[in-house]
Design a protein. Structure first.
Length: 357
């Protein structure tokens, strides 16, 4: 976005700082102000079609969290996001239909972790996401708007892939026959969580739904988890989505877009570290069925993400930000490689969960 436009938007939040692009997210346009620190984000309105509903979720959830954090002698300014309202008291500013902006207080002395996956970091990430889940366990789930309907409905994601194959909008289907076959042949367990929610055997909870490790801020010095961010997809869901998605990224020995697939493996020790942190916060509230499905959830979320990358590749890269021509295909191959490895290790992962209980 050009500087003049950014300054105009910033003025709407009563701010007059220098602004620069910031972070490594795939969805929103993120900027940071230079002197007093604020985060300015243009909400991706083709992904989030009801930005007002989304901001209502974020305001409600962060206000709820702030009370909980204050009650336990935490720091409500640091341990959850703070929405800065516009001059007329709104949680976001509509410049026009496609340009909707919000500002958060910058959380100082923290870092986002993109690739460092030590056992300590993964344990802390588990504590961070588990604690988030625990604090929201009595938030009224019916109050939340579904910001992306069917976000983790894996069978619907498979249907979207099939639609993309038939449309073949970018003429790429012939290049990815192997990947398509993998996606369609490995789908027999893909409805496990959706079916469980439907038949009542898996409870609906308030979930984050996008638990990449870079959606937690860690303390710069102690590397303890400080704040769960990127609250756009906080919605009703299954805790298995949050557990599985965190390990999809956190449990891989490589980055999500690594092209050398020999480097892409699922690390069982890392799984155990994350699970230990996560379960230290959530163990008592998880049902036997949820505990049993923790390993499958990692395979499922990795598979689903691979399906989404492949679909976007076939659609001509319209959803995820890409930085090179075949980026989404590289990401899909990487995720499918990981699915194979997780499948081979699934039984061992279940025994690790049992040990932790
Ligand atoms: P996206 O949805 O595009 O992933 P995020 O909300 O995750 O966007 O923001 C992108 C990056 O910006 C984060 O990974 C983090 O590094 C940084 N960031 C976002 N909000 C804050 C904040 N309040 N304080 C400090 N850094 C932040
Ligand atoms: C997106 O916004 P970000 O970068 O945290 C995506 C996730 C995917 C992830 C893959 C709203 O996450 O669902 O798992 O990319 N978020 C949305 O890296 O689609
Ligand atoms: Mg993010």
């Amino acid at each position: 976005m050009d500087h003049e436009l950014l300054n105009k938007v910033f003025f709407q939040f009563n701010l007059t700082e220098e602004i620069a692009p910031y972070g490594n997210g795939h969805i929103n346009d993120t900027y940071v102000a230079s002197t007093q620190r604020y985060i300015l984000q243009r909400i991706n309105t083709s992904v989030f079609q009801d930005p007002d509903g989304l901001m209502e979720n974020i305001v409600n959830v962060t206000e709820f969290l702030k009370k909980k954090i204050a009650d336990t002698q935490g720091d409500p300014e640091r341990e959850t996001l703070t929405v800065i309202p516009t001059k007329d008291g709104k949680p976001c500013y509509h410049l026009d239909e496609n340009n909707v902006f919000r500002v958060y207080q910058f959380i100082e002395d923290t870092i986002s972790i993109e690739s460092e996956k030590t056992p300590e970091i993964l344990y802390e990430a588990g504590v961070g996401f588990g604690h988030f889940q625990k604090m929201l366990s009595d938030f009224p789930v019916w109050k939340l708007h579904e910001t992306i309907p069917d976000f983790h409905n894996t069978p619907k994601r498979i249907q979207a892939l099939k639609d993309a194959i038939s449309r073949d909008a970018a003429g790429r289907a012939k290049l990815v026959q192997k990947e398509i076959a993998f996606a369609l042949e490995n789908a027999e367990w893909a409805d496990t969580v959706v079916n469980g929610i439907q038949d009542g055997s898996i409870p609906v909870r308030v979930t984050h739904n996008d638990t990449k490790i870079n959606n937690i801020l860690f303390d710069r010095q102690t590397k303890k988890a400080v704040c769960v961010i990127d609250l756009d997809t906080v919605m009703p869901g299954s805790i298995l989505y949050d557990f599985g998605d965190a390990l999809r990224m956190g449990g891989s020995t490589a980055d999500e877009d690594e092209v050398n697939l020999d480097l892409v493996r699922f690390d069982e020790a890392t799984f155990a570290s994350f699970a230990r942190g996560f379960l230290s916060e959530t163990k008592d509230s998880l049902t036997a069925r949820e505990l049993e499905l923790l390993p499958l959830s990692v395979k499922l979320m990795t598979y689903e993400c691979g399906v989404r990358f492949l679909t976007d590749y076939l659609n001509g890269d319209t959803y995820f930000k890409i930085h090179r021509e075949h980026h989404n295909l590289d990401r899909a191959r990487n995720q499918f490689r990981l699915v194979q490895d997780i499948a081979e290790k699934e039984e061992h992962l279940l025994s690790l969960v049992k040990q932790l209980l």
